[in-house]
Each structure stands twice: as structure tokens, then as C-alpha cells.
Design a protein around this ligand. Structure first.
Ligand SMILES: NC(=O)C1=CN([C@@H]2O[C@H](COP(=O)(O)OP(=O)(O)OC[C@H]3O[C@@H](n4cnc5c(N)ncnc54)[C@H](OP(=O)(O)O)[C@@H]3O)[C@@H](O)[C@H]2O)C=CC1
Ligand SMILES: N[C@@H](CC=O)C(=O)O
Length: 413
């Protein structure tokens, strides 16, 4: 049996899960990897905070990250503290100190992942981040191993557990948005600041990473048009349901020739689509590829143990590479020049909802269906161009509220 020494940054939801799984699964881990992992140091922000994990020795806790990063015995750093700047600094320092790094930090990866990956490669250490997309679903390994030779044309993801948990609770249990968000926070699904979860930013960050694995092109999340779920109305949820659809926060990347069409936002998806049945904290990634056809990968997208499981799979891979003197291969070595475009510029069908009246707008649209409630009217458009949509929206008096949502897979590319 070989020994690998690790250092952990962060002991919150995910870090705590890592410690628990290292303890609970120790026998299986040792048998399958032939490695005995020693957790030598754990960095936290607040030393005196009560913890719901038992550490072998309280003295391994420190609030000085450098004590972990500069410890010469530590071979692998597991970063589960979040934040962008402090985590970037810590990961860079770890790589310069010749330590392999595992992280779940999609906020950092989305803006600086490719650079950090190149740095790790140049320093001959591993840089792995399975947990950064869809929590417990091993989607990055599927894309970079099982589908490595296939040509992918589309990925669609429900990749934020908090948003999906909120939408499911609002749709099927009639729970209010605020209450559902509070429950997601209690369960450890939401980010320390849940703004990224509900505004679609976390979804966009994950789409950036996913796109890098599926298409060889990392997307700049700042250049994606991103829509969140925070302004969705009960009228939209009820109207979608009336027409046979569920509303999900989707991340879509679709390749056509050398262009990559992307969208992040709430979208109507037919009740009988497999993705519409993904509820609660479950995530799903649907992949369309030339050889395999359609495949869908589902599982918990957040939470302590599912996320920690992804980290432990990286840990096993990094330990094997250290023992085989084979560190430094890129997690994803597919690179491709594609031009990102917004899917919203493509003609497609929309759900339009007007508020303050239950009367149908007078515009000449061949509505595919319509419904109304006390104080709103909703209609389903045929496939219309962006220009037609915009001129329709402009035809309303400034004072009236009108909103629109796209219908999944109606875009005519
Ligand atoms: N929660 C989830 O389901 C998932 C989270 N992630 C990602 O995993 C990471 C961790 O998330 P999560 O566990 O939920 O976050 P938490 O807020 O639960 O935990 C963060 C931990 O990091 C510690 N920490 C924060 N800043 C510092 C610092 N400057 N120095 C040392 N320690 C620090 C905190 O210390 P203290 O406890 O003392 O305050 C805490 O233990 C994030 O990048 C998140 O995006 C990815 C997938 C799923
Ligand atoms: N806050 C995130 C956690 C996992 O990435 C989510 O809800 O999906």
C-alpha cells in the first residue's frame, strides 16, 4: 500500500463531505486504489466554528492557508473554499509548489480555468475539477473519455441544483420562491451568496466548462446573454403548464459548422421530454452526438456527498498519476476554434405573457395557443424571428409589463 498526503482548503458543505467520504469509504478506497490517503492539514476561515465532521486530530485545522500550501509533505491540494481571487492565488501557489490540485470552483474555472490548466501542465502536476459541473454527475469524464472520439453537436444542461430545486418546488408543491430558496440554502445546495444560482451566472460558468469539454471551446461567461429565474412569475409557470410545458433553467450549446450557439435562461420544455422530469436538486446533461445519438446523464447536482464523490474520483486519478510518475496531462485536451453566437438571434417559438390585463393583444400573430388568468394573458407564438419578437414587444405601451420565454429546441438553425 502506498501513501499519498493531502491538504484540504475549506471545510464547509463540500470539504466536510470530502472528509466524511474519506473516512466512510476508506476500506474501498484503499482496496481499489492501493493508496492510503493521509489528510494532513485543513485550512478554514474560522477556527472556532462548530463542525459536523470529526477530524482525526484537531491540530490539523489552521486558518493560515500557507501552512497547507507550503507543507512539503502534501502532494495534492483539494480546494473547496470557493471565492475567485483567494482561490486563484492558492491554486497557483500549489501548482508552483509542485502539488496536484483538485477543485470544485466553477466561478474560478470559468474565467481562468484554461490558463490554470496550462500552468499545471507546464509544472507537470494534475489539475482536475470533475465536481465543478453538475456536482455528482461524472459528466466531464464522460465527455473526455467515453465520448472523446465522438462528434458532439449539442449539449443541454440543467446544471444548477438550487434553481432546479426552487422551480420544482414552485411548480409541483406550490412553495413560494423565497421559501424554496431558503430550503436550498439549508440543504447546502446554494452558493454562499445565492445570487449566482438564481441569476443563471453559476449555470453560465458551468456551461463554459462543459463547452470546453464537449466542443473544445471555453466560453467567456461575461459574453453570454444570461437570464435567471428570479423574475419568473406564477402566470408564466401556469401558462407553460397549460400548454404542456415545464419551465427549466437551461444551459444550451449547439454547434453548427464552426459556430457555437449558446443560451442560458428559463425555457419551456415539453412535459414528456426527459429533461422536464428532472426535479429537485437533480441535474441532467443531454448530449447529442454523431455516433452515440442522444444520451442523458442525470444525478444530484449539489450537496455534500455527491459533490465530494466527484472530488474523490479526481483524488484517485491524481494519486495514480503521482505513483505512476505520469502527472501533467490535461483533464481535457480538446481545443477548437469556434465562434460563439447567441441562440436568441435565431427564429424560434416563444411564450409571451402580458400583465395587467387578461385580454389578448391585438397584434397579427398566428398564436399557437392562448390562455389567461385574473390579471394576465399568455400566448404561444409560432417560430418567429428576433425582429418580429422585438417589434411585437415594442408595440406595447411603456407602462405595460410583458415578458417572453423561448421554447426548447424550436430554434431553426
Ligand atoms: N455546495 C455544493 O453543493 C457545491 C459547491 N461547489 C463549489 O465548492 C466550493 C465550496 O462550496 P461549499 O462547500 O458549498 O462552501 P461553504 O461556504 O460551505 O464552505 C466554504 C469553506 O471554505 C472556508 N473558507 C472560505 N474562505 C476561506 C479562506 N480565505 N481561507 C480558508 N478557508 C476559507 C470556509 O471556512 P469556515 O467554515 O471557517 O467559514 C468554509 O469551510 C465552492 O467553490 C462551490 O462553488 C461545487 C459543487 C457543489
Ligand atoms: N450552488 C450550486 C452548487 C453546485 O454546483 C448548485 O446549486 O448547483
Amino acid at each position: 500500500m502506498q501513501t499519498i498526503t493531502i491538504g484540504l482548503l475549506g471545510l464547509g458543505t463540500v470539504g466536510g463531505g470530502v472528509v466524511k467520504l474519506l473516512q466512510e469509504h476508506a476500506a474501498k478506497i484503499e482496496q481499489t486504489t492501493n493508496v492510503h490517503f493521509i489528510l494532513k492539514r485543513v485550512a478554514v476561515a474560522h477556527l472556532d466554528k462548530p463542525r459536523n465532521v470529526s477530524l482525526p486530530d484537531k491540530t490539523i485545522l489552521t486558518d493560515q492557508i500557507d501552512e497547507v500550501l507550503n507543507d512539503p509533505e502534501i502532494q495534492i491540494i483539494v480546494e473547496t473554499m470557493g471565492t475567485v481571487n483567494r482561490a486563484r492565488q492558492a491554486i497557483t501557489q500549489a501548482i508552483y509548489n509542485h502539488k496536484s490540485v483538485i477543485t470544485a470552483n466553477k466561478d474560478l474555472l470559468a474565467i481562468d480555468g484554461p490558463r490554470l490548466a496550462q500552468l499545471a501542465k507546464s509544472r507537470h502536476v494534475d489539475f482536475l475539477y470533475e465536481a465543478s459541473v453538475a456536482g455528482g454527475i461524472p459528466i466531464l469524464r464522460v465527455l473526455s473519455s467515453s465520448l472523446v472520439t465522438d462528434q458532439i453537436s449539442q449539449v443541454t444542461g440543467i446544471i444548477n441544483g438550487t434553481a432546479n430545486y426552487i422551480l420544482s418546488a414552485m411548480t409541483s408543491e406550490n412553495v413560494s420562491y423565497d421559501k424554496a430558496l431558503m430550503n436550498a440554502q439549508k440543504k447546502g445546495y446554494a452558493e454562499a451568496n445565492p445570487t449566482n444560482d438564481v441569476k443563471g451566472i453559476d449555470t453560465a460558468n458551468k456551461l463554459s466548462i462543459l463547452s470546453q469539454f464537449a466542443f473544445g471551446k471555453a466560453l467567456d461567461p461575461n459574453k453570454l446573454g444570461i437570464h435567471g429565474i428570479e423574475n419568473l412569475t406564477a402566470a408564466q409557470l401556469a401558462s407553460a403548464n397549460h400548454f404542456g410545458y415545464t419551465i427549466k433553467l437551461l444551459a444550451i450549446a449547439k454547434r453548427l459548422n464552426n459556430k457555437l450557439y449558446t443560451f442560458v435562461g428559463p425555457t419551456l420544455i415539453e412535459h414528456n421530454d426527459q429533461l422536464a422530469q428532472v426535479n429537485g436538486v437533480q441535474n441532467a446533461v443531454a448530449v447529442k452526438s454523431n455516433a452515440l445519438g442522444s444520451s442523458v446523464y442525470t444525478g444530484p447536482g449539489a450537496g455534500a456527498k455527491p459533490t465530494a464523490n466527484s472530488i474523490l474520483s479526481d483524488l484517485a486519478a491524481a494519486a495514480t498519476d503521482i505513483l505512476d510518475y505520469d502527472c501533467g496531462s490535461e483533464f481535457n485536451n480538446y481545443h477548437n476554434e469556434l465562434t460563439p453566437c447567441s441562440l436568441t438571434t435565431i427564429p424560434q417559438s416563444f411564450l409571451i405573457t402580458t400583465y395587467g390585463t387578461s385580454v389578448k393583444p391585438t397584434n397579427a400573430i398566428n398564436w399557437q395557443g392562448e390562455t389567461n388568468g385574473n390579471n394576465y394573458w399568455s400566448g404561444l407564438t409560432p417560430v418567429i424571428s428576433r425582429q418580429e419578437l422585438e417589434s411585437f414587444l415594442k408595440s406595447f405601451p411603456r407602462s405595460s409589463a410583458v415578458s417572453y420565454l423561448p421554447v426548447y429546441n424550436t430554434a431553426k438553425l
